[in-house]
Design a binder for this molecule. Structure first.
Ligand SMILES: CC(C)(COP(=O)(O)OP(=O)(O)OC[C@H]1O[C@@H](n2cnc3c(N)ncnc32)[C@H](O)[C@@H]1OP(=O)(O)O)[C@@H](O)C(=O)NCCC(=O)NCCS
Length: 398
């Protein structure tokens, strides 16, 4: 019989093995990482005394419309090849969703290696991860307006404050106050033998204006086999001077340093500082999201100063108690109240489609055009105004 539960200490190795077999992470990865798994975040399926499927979720905050929503991020979803197709992954993730909801998460998100298992439990494509790349020789010339220095431990609070200031103007970035997220994930690398540094930009008064944790990646060939490309997930600057300073700092790597690659919004404003169209998309991938608590998520995010109202019915394949529920949305100058009502709705969608509209990824007019939203012109206009904003994106890949 298959049992679903939180794993025990002596199952670390088995979790590592299921993940490395399913996700092609390799044996060395499993051995290195197994002792660091946060077991309380995991749910596993155990069959005949062996772990055959894994899943995990950890809490974050995620910005939408200038406010953060409690979110549960699903990861480590893997089923051994011999146990696939029996519904284990769906069952595990559905239980993680319920657990997240009980703990106060209003939304849940994940990176899908395959879309179908998640779409069938209410997630939909709802945001973008994008790696941009430019040749270092194409970075702007000239000196850095501000000082760029190596990060010191005492800078953590200032770095987090700059991150919050910049990301709160965006839709989609995630945030965690948990120390390990910053000290082990953002400001350090867990990969062995990778050269890694963190640069900070200091303003006139010594305050931090920007930062960039980066690694030396592979170069593109050429004369030297020790040539490299700079890779970063966080090229974060709160002012033009700070951004120009980081770009000037990286221009100083030219020669052996061939390229700068960073993850940013799909339409990255860095392009405005580059003389020609030299930024290329190196890689892009979508993340999925679903609302776990519809009224809570609607009331929790920020909006433009829009007024109007709508009755919306949502189909939910995962939460039986919510399937087919109608919600009344009332917006007054960007303040939204949402409640369940018992009456016929004027707009209908799946929870997934509505989640994708909620993040600003899918426009309501497009959703109508592809048959994913049934709504009249007035409803489309209201929803379009409500969820207007910068396209949703995330800087981290994990
Ligand atoms: C993806 C994976 C976790 C699915 O595990 P599983 O236990 O077989 O999943 P389920 O049985 O719950 O399948 C749920 C649905 O997704 C579909 N599905 C499963 N694996 C799929 C895949 N690789 N591609 C497309 N659809 C898939 C199933 O057919 C099923 O659809 P249905 O409900 O319409 O019949 C498993 O195939 C796996 O470990 N793959 C390699 C690792 C990976 O890709 N993990 C996901 C990381 S985000």
């Amino acid at each position: 019989m298959t049992e679903i539960r939180t794993p025990t200490e002596d199952e670390r190795e088995q979790i590592g093995s299921v993940m490395s077999i399913s996700l092609n992470f390799g044996q060395a990865w499993a051995e290195r990482r197994a002792p660091t798994f946060r077991l309380e975040q995991f749910l596993v399926a155990v069959d005949d005394g062996r772990v055959v499927a894994t899943s995990a979720a950890r809490p974050f905050l995620q910005w939408f419309g200038g406010r953060t929503l409690p979110m549960t991020w699903v990861y480590a979803v893997a089923t051994l090849p011999e146990h696939r197709g029996g519904g284990l992954a769906s069952e595990l993730v559905t239980r993680l969703m319920r657990r997240g909801r009980e703990e106060g998460a209003l939304i849940s998100a994940l990176y899908p290696a395959a879309v179908r298992p998640y779409r069938s439990i209410g997630y939909e494509i709802a945001g973008t991860y994008t790696d941009h790349r430019i040749a270092i020789s194409d970075l702007p010339q000239g000196p850095a307006p501000l000082r760029v220095e190596e990060y010191r431990t005492g800078d953590l609070d200032d770095v987090r404050a700059v991150f919050r200031e910049v990301m709160s103007t965006q839709n989609g970035p995630i945030y965690s106050e948990l120390e390990d997220w910053w000290t082990e994930r953002i400001l350090a690398t867990r990969e062995p033998d990778v050269l890694f540094r963190v640069a900070v930009v200091r303003g006139e008064n010594g305050a931090i204006e920007g930062f960039c944790p980066f690694r030396y990646g592979k170069g593109g060939g050429g004369d030297f086999d020790f040539a490299f490309g700079i890779e970063t997930a966080h090229l974060v600057a709160r002012s033009e001077a700070a951004l120009r300073s980081l770009l000037a700092y990286f221009r100083g790597f030219r020669g052996l340093g061939e390229s700068l690659q960073w993850s940013g919004p799909p339409a990255d404003p860095i392009a405005l500082l580059i003389e020609e169209q030299k930024i290329r998309t190196a890689w892009t991938f979508h993340w999925m999201l679903r609302l776990l608590d519809v009224p809570g998520a609607l009331e929790g995010r920020g909006y433009p100063p829009v007024s109007g109202s709508l009755d919306l019915m949502l189909r939910d394949p995962a939460f039986e108690e919510d399937d087919g529920a109608t919600y009344h949305l009332e917006a007054e100058s960007g303040k939204v109240r949402a409640s369940r009502v018992e009456r016929a709705a004027s707009a209908v969608a799946s929870i997934g489609t509505f989640s994708s509209i909620f993040t600003g990824f899918t426009s309501p007019a497009d959703a109508v055009r592809v048959g994913a939203l049934q709504a009249d012109g007035a409803a489309v206009e209201f929803l379009s105004a409500l969820f207007a904003g910068p396209p949703p994106w995330l800087p981290e890949w994990f």
